[in-house]
Write a protein that binds this ligand. Structure first.
Ligand code: F6P
Length: 359
């Protein structure tokens, strides 16, 4: 048996722990393991495919990033090809990928990625490839699994920022707006904001009204709390608007969203006359050591992925359905993206403890 591992999409703390667990589980069964560098680029002749052994994965479980490297612009079904005039044209290179995989004698692939990687894997499975997916994203927006690894680390990073912002905001009687990642899902903002006792949490699932946001800040001021912490998810937007597009994306990359904190801070300052500052936490949320929770989840996912390969669970994704790790069809996972349920206990408790969602 010869399997290959690939990490695709944005990185997330815990990827190396999955890689280590999968490689060791496989080599201990007597299987050969290959590592495809940079998403699927290694299978398209643009990067290497390397042999992986116990030695290649030594001492990596606690490290952020991915030793295989990754990309969020390597979709083989629409691969951007540079033209002589500097423009890019998308080309379907899936046939080439499948052929190269066959030439390398790859029997099965473990693809560790988010919704984009899973949709690619699902399409490749329709063309005959044998793939098992492991869900990865700090955004926690993958359906069918209670959580993804990387999310807990990102929430802890955001929480640490909120704790630090509290002390300085309180000392200066300021409002501070913190923008966190999550694309179109508000999980990082909600979890970090609730745990960090933010005063306002703005998420894409609950479009906000700036008047309501300012009312909350003003009410705190009147009650003697002269500072406020506002946590906004990058994909959050005012009622009647859409998520903000942020700058230019690279060829083959999904549109970048976010960059909303500064505008919100300006509006709050104008309306409340309170000094307001803003901060975008950005890629700090994606870097660094995975938390213990994420590391354990990643290890469990890596081991389960190899068992799923042994059980020939092609076109499936490994998932946490506590207390068990299961595998579920990719078709089900891809039906609906996971979003914050607006009647979830976290939202209800946030409201009950006085946190405003700006609605
Ligand atoms: O999906 C993970 C994520 O970190 C999002 O939260 C964020 O919008 C996006 O990736 C950022 O991507 P990039 O690294 O390409 O800026």
């Amino acid at each position: 048996m010869r399997i290959a591992l690939s990490t695709g999409g944005g990185d997330a703390p815990g990827l190396n722990a999955v890689i280590r667990a999968a490689v060791l589980s496989a080599v201990n069964r007597g299987w050969e393991v290959l590592g495809i560098k940079k998403g699927y680029a290694g299978l398209l002749g643009e990067e290497e495919v390397i042999p992986m052994t116990a030695a290649t994965v030594r001492g990596i479980a606690h490290l952020g990033g991915t030793i295989l490297r990754t990309t969020n612009r390597g979709n083989p079904f629409s691969y951007p090809i540079a033209q002589p005039d500097g423009t890019f044209v998308d080309k379907d290179r899936s046939g080439e990928l499948i052929e190269n995989s066959r030439k390398l004698g790859i029997d099965a692939v473990i693809s560790i990625g988010g919704d984009g990687s899973m949709s690619i894997a699902h399409q490749l499975c329709q063309l005959g490839m044998k793939i098992v997916c492991v869900p990865k994203t700090i955004d926690n927006d993958v359906a069918g699994t209670i959580t993804t690894f990387g999310f807990d680390t990102a929430v802890n990073t955001a929480l640490e920022a909120i704790d630090k912002l509290h002390t300085t905001a309180e000392s200066h009687d300021r409002v501070i707006v913190l923008e966190v990642m999550g694309r179109n899902a508000g999980f990082i903002a909600l979890h970090a904001g609730l745990a960090g006792t933010a005063d306002v949490i703005l998420i894409p699932e609950i479009p906000y009204d700036i008047e309501k946001v300012c009312e909350k800040i003003a009410a705190r001021d009147r009650s003697g709390r002269h500072f406020s912490i506002v946590v906004i998810a990058e994909g959050a937007f005012p009622k009647g608007e859409a998520p903000a597009i942020r700058g230019k994306s690279m060829p083959g990359q999904a549109v970048r969203i976010g960059g909303v904190a500064e505008r919100l801070a300006d509006e709050i300052e104008t309306r409340t006359k309170k000094e307001t500052r803003s901060l975008i936490l950005g890629h700090l949320q994606r870097g660094g050591q995975p938390t213990g929770y994420d590391r354990l989840l990643a290890v469990r996912f890596g081991g389960a992925a190899v068992r799923a390969v042994a059980d020939e669970k092609w076109d499936h994704m490994i998932a946490l359905q506590s207390p068990h790790i299961v595998s579920i069809p990719l078709a089900d996972v891809l039906k609906v993206p996971k979003r914050v349920e607006i009647d979830h206990d976290t939202v209800l408790t946030a409201r009950a403890t006085g946190i405003s969602f700006g609605d």
